[in-house]
Design a protein around this ligand. Sequence first.
Ligand code: NAP
Ligand code: G4F
Length: 334
Amino acid sequence: MKTAIITGVTGQDGSYLSDLLIDKGYKVIGTYRRTVSDFENKCQNITHLLDDGNFILEEADVTDSSSLYRLISEYQPDEYYNLAAQSHVGTSFKTPVSTTEINMMGCLYALEAIRLQKPSCKFYQASTSEMFGDNTQCPQGLDTHFSPVSPYACAKLAAHHMVSTYRKSYGIYACSGILFNHESPRRGENFVTRKITKAAARIKLGLQDELRLGNLSAQRDWGHAADYVKGMWMMLQHEVADDYVLATGKTNSVQEFLEYVFDYAGLDIKDHVVIDPKFYRPCEVPKLWGDPSKMMKTLGWVPEYDFEELAMEMYEQDLKKQYFKLNKTIDSNV
Ligand code: NAP
Ligand code: G4F
């Protein structure tokens, strides 16, 4: 039985990757960070795993290197997936220092702990298309020049270079997956896709009337998280460690995502959507459109979801959740 450590297991990707690895017969050590907010809410993406005998939840903070040393020494993992991050680009402008500590140093601490304690452990780094920043040469791939324009992307780029440095210098099996945007019903509620599907569901049920958004012209290459975690795992099963791009090879604007969801829900954007400059960023990434050809040719990765299926699933799940909440409130009032 293989053992894998997944940092950031309560997040979107951590939860889907846990599902996949447990299905493949792994023992998964998932790490979470204690906060004062309630445990149940924090663990909503992994509630279904908490009683699984092959899933162990461990407390760790990736900026506390001792916690990573402890985990690696205790569990001697075969694979380590570094997914923990302050992953919101807008927030990184407000918390640049802690974002850099988590997103850059968190990666370096893990690489050092692996080098010193279990050098045969394979390492996956969650790199990002945000590293292409304002370079709109499309489609973006492994030869595209990086041009980060946020503290988030700068920290991720430093970590990205650290991964190849450890691979070349110490022979550690370390891969970076440069992942374009991927979403799902488990997506954090302050990312634009989920913000839209949740608001559309609430408007439909009469629970909300207005949706305030920022820049609608930005374009993103949007895929489904379930497809992307398969890609992460595939990268660590190849004979040699390398870097890859994961993307759908298509791009859509935020406006198009919004239109699709509102049309599907039978709502009129003009009646509900307000542009609020509060959601503009000091610097924007205008267009992301990835080239996943290496991933497809070398590892045989093929995404199963398309843009419409993704948007529809997110809206339908949000509608179900909001409907359930509404009925619970009505029940408790009668
Ligand atoms: P997410 O839902 O925001 O999850 C991030 C996880 O990291 C959360 O569980 C968070 O826990 C945890 N975390 C934050 N700071 C931590 C710390 N100091 N120590 C330990 N855990 C910490 O992100 P995601 O969408 O799953 O993305 C996973 C990774 O892929 C991230 O590294 C992200 O930057 C990267 N990525 C994502 C995308 C995408 O489109 N989703 C694309 C490219 C790259 P808390 O609840 O405690 O904050
Ligand atoms: O959903 P977003 O916040 O995602 P963003 O900035 O593209 O970052 C995500 O994808 C990256 C990969 O490319 C990851 F590395 C990163 O961790 C994260 O998962 O914003 C998408 C676009 C942006 O252009 C933003 O300005 O939507 C625009 N937007 C317009 N109104 C909004 C809003 N974004 C948010 N979050 N909230 C709004 O109200």
